[in-house]
Ligand binder design. Sequence first.
Ligand SMILES: *[C@@H]1O[C@H](CO)[C@@H](O)[C@H](O)[C@H]1NC(C)=O
Ligand SMILES: *[C@@H]1O[C@H](CO)[C@@H](O)[C@H](O)[C@H]1NC(C)=O
Length: 384
Amino acid sequence: MKSLLVMQLIVLLFLAGCVKGITQQRQILENLLATYDVNEWPDADFDRPTDVSVQMFINSFGSLNAANMDYSIDVFLRQHWVDSRLQHSRNRSITIRDPDMQKRIWRPDTYFHNVKDAEFHVVTMPNIQFRIDGTGHILYSVRVTAELSCNLKLEHYPFDEQSCLAHLSSYASTDEIVNYHWVEGIPIDLPDDLEIAQFDLLNYYPVEEVMPLQTGNFSSLKVDFQLRRQNGYHILQTYVPTVLIVSISWVSFWLDPTSVPGRVSIGVTTLLTLTTLAGGIRQQLPPVSYIKAIDVWVGMCMIMVFGALLEFTLVNWLANKKLVDNQTCKIIPVCKSDEDEEAPKTYVNQAHFIDRISRGLFPGSFLLFNLIYWPYYLSNGMHE
Ligand SMILES: *[C@@H]1O[C@H](CO)[C@@H](O)[C@H](O)[C@H]1NC(C)=O
Ligand SMILES: *[C@@H]1O[C@H](CO)[C@@H](O)[C@H](O)[C@H]1NC(C)=O
């Protein structure tokens, strides 16, 4: 009987404690917010801007899209500031989950300046953390996936390095109201296993600057991501096949000048294959007006293959062309004696000679082109 009473008492006390805990937080908040003006920034009474410290945790980094000139990042945007109006005596910090309650407290209206599209995450609950500790220090962390514009420079594609910006600012509060800073220490938090499709992150540069606009000066934060394209894919899918195609076109020089089906089919097949490959490459890229590294390469391969086809035309024409100096032979007796040795009646010897020269000339000039192309494009990725 006695133990039952004690049990009941303990349960009652526990419940009372819980209820008291809830009401305590609720009570504190309601007291704080009773005279709170959500439109006024925390340091308005002190006539100074509120310092907002920002940290970005990069959850994932999407691929750079050359066709749309953008990239996407999934970030935990963590903003810290002090609102002295929300100082409280509670030992633990207050965590607010109710979105309606969050709306009653001043928050900086941070946005991505170069955003194209963005969304918050709401599964299973809105991905927001809102915490106020006793000193009025507030942590406001939201998870955002944003598509940010990035002007890709493709002159050196696919050996290019890109610099892509994430630019944060306040939409409505000038630098008299909000002052942004990067968090000291680790402003950009990158997970060790961060993977970016097709790119390597070389470095990043966080900057703070003031953005002068018609509507006033706005404090803003920038981070510049330096990325280098992984070109293994392009080496395997573009460069190796084109080298093979060009090499195959040289086989033609070892065939007989009169072998029309063999040499024509080699020439036309290689030219068509190269055209198809070039079309595939073009589809992945925006129609920019300047020449890219890959255009130079494909262009040179086209010239090589087309040159081989032209060479065949010349050689075949020579091999079939009748010697016209029959008359001269009649005059010069030496010619007569040659006739007995079954001298060719066409320019086939000249044709063979051109073929022999081409066997060295074509691979030689392609090699020379490679000796210029690779050092040039591999050495200056973007340093210009
Ligand atoms: C408040 O926190 C401190 C340190 O964490 C602790 O020593 C103290 O007992 C707590 N006070 C109350 C009323 O819970
Ligand atoms: C913006 O900043 C510039 C330079 O600091 C200053 O001259 C200008 O008056 C400022 N504009 C506003 C609207 O505060």
